[in-house]
Design a protein around this ligand. Sequence first.
Ligand code: GAP
Length: 429
Amino acid sequence: MERLISMCKQRGFIYPSSEIYGGLNSCWDYGPLGAELKRNIKEAWWYANVQLRDDVVGADTSILMHPDVWRASGHLANFTDPLVDCKECKRRYRADHLETDVCPECGGELTEARQFNLMFKTFLGPVEDDAAVVYLRPETAQGIFVDFKLIQNATRQRVPFGIAQIGKSFRNEVSPGNFIFRSREFEQMELEFFVSHDDDDEWFRCWVDYRWKWYLSLGINPNKLRQRPHGEDELAHYAKACIDVEYEFPFGWQEIEGIAHRGTYDLSQHIEHSGKDLSYFDDLTGQRYVPIVIESSAGVDRTLLTFLVDAFHEEEERTVLKLHPRLAPYKVAVFPLQKKPALKELALKIKDELKYEWNVTYDETGSIGRRYRRQDEIGTPYCITVDFDSLEDGAVTIRDRDTMAQDRVSLDKVSAYLRERLTWKPEID
Ligand code: GAP
C-alpha cells in the first residue's frame, strides 16, 4: 500500500487535500491521472448499467434535501456509530471496532458508548437556527426514491425498471482510513431497481450476477473477489437479503459494493412521511402496489482503489499498472524516437489524429526505455514510436504494455489496430 500511495502521489493520481496546509484528515484530491481514472470508472459503470440496458434510466439529484427525507429514511434516528472516549488520553474510538474494553493506546478506562450520527449538518440560508438545519446526503439513493414517481411518469417506464445515479455522499466517519477506502467525502454509484412482488428474488440474483460480471469484465483478478451474504444479525430489519462484493486488499477482505433486497421499505417510508402516493399501477394486471427495491450500491473511490491495487505490479525491471484499457487514463502514448523535427512532426500529427477518439499523451524526453517505463507505471496500454524508418515506410512501432511485444503497423492501419484492442464490449448479459 505504501508504495502504491507514493506512486499515486508522484504520478498525479491522488494526494491529500489541502496538503500545503498540512492536509485535512481523510480528504483526498484526484490529480490529472486520478481524475481520468475516476471518470473512466464512472463511465464504465454508466455504460453497463444505463446505456446497455433498456430497463434503467439515469438521474442526478441534489446533495441537499428536505430534512424530512432523512426522518423518513431512518437516517436521523439510526444512522449512527457507537462512540467511546478514553478518560485518560482522550482518544476516541468506534466501540464496535475495539477488541478490548480498555484504551488500546494507553490502557486507560473508556466511557460508556454513545450514539454518534454520521450525517454532516449545515444551515440553509443566512439564519443559523434549528429550522434552517439541513444535511449533506449520506447516500445518493434517497434522491432516487423521492423522485421515483416523477421519473416513472416522465419516462413511462414499467416495472421492472431501475434508476441509476452517480454522485457525492458525505459521512462523518469516526474512523476513516486506509487511503481512499473510507473517507468522509466520497462518491457513490447507486442503482435502485423497482420490481413486483412476484419475481423479486430472481431480480436480486440477477443483479448480483450482473454486478459481479462487471468487475470481471474489467479485469479484476477473480481470486481476489468474493461474494459475502449478510447473516441474519447484519441485515437491516426491513431487508430480505444482502450480498457484499468484497475484494482482498493488502489490509484484508473489505466490502466494495452491497447488493440488497430492501423490500418496500424505502417507498413505504416516503409514502407515510410525505403523504404522497408513490405506489405503482400495473395496467396489465389492474393491480396497484408499492414496488420492491433491489439496490446495487458501490463506492467510486473504493472501486478505484480496487482497480489500482489489482493492477499494481512491481516487476524486476519495471513497475506496471495493468489497468483494463477501458479504465487506463491514457490509452496511447506517442513518441518520436529522437527530438528531430521530422520525427516530432509526424509523431504530433499522429497524436492529433488519434485524440478525437482517445485520450492520448505525447512524450519526447529521455530514452525510449525510460519513456516506456513512465507509461507502464501509469497504465498506458499502447505506446507508438515514430523512428527514421517511419519517414520512409510510413509505418510505426506499437508496443503493448503487458506483453511488451512490438508490432510494426502502417499509418493508415493505426486507428483500426487500436480500436480493435481498446473497444470494451462487456460480456455481462
Ligand atoms: N444506499 C446504500 C448504501 O449507501 P452502504 O453500504 O452504506 O450502502 C455503499 O454504502 C457503498 O458506498 C459501500 O459499499 C462503499 O463502496 C461506499 N462507501 C460507504 N461509505 C464510504 C466511505 N466512508 N468512504 C468511501 N466509500 C464509502
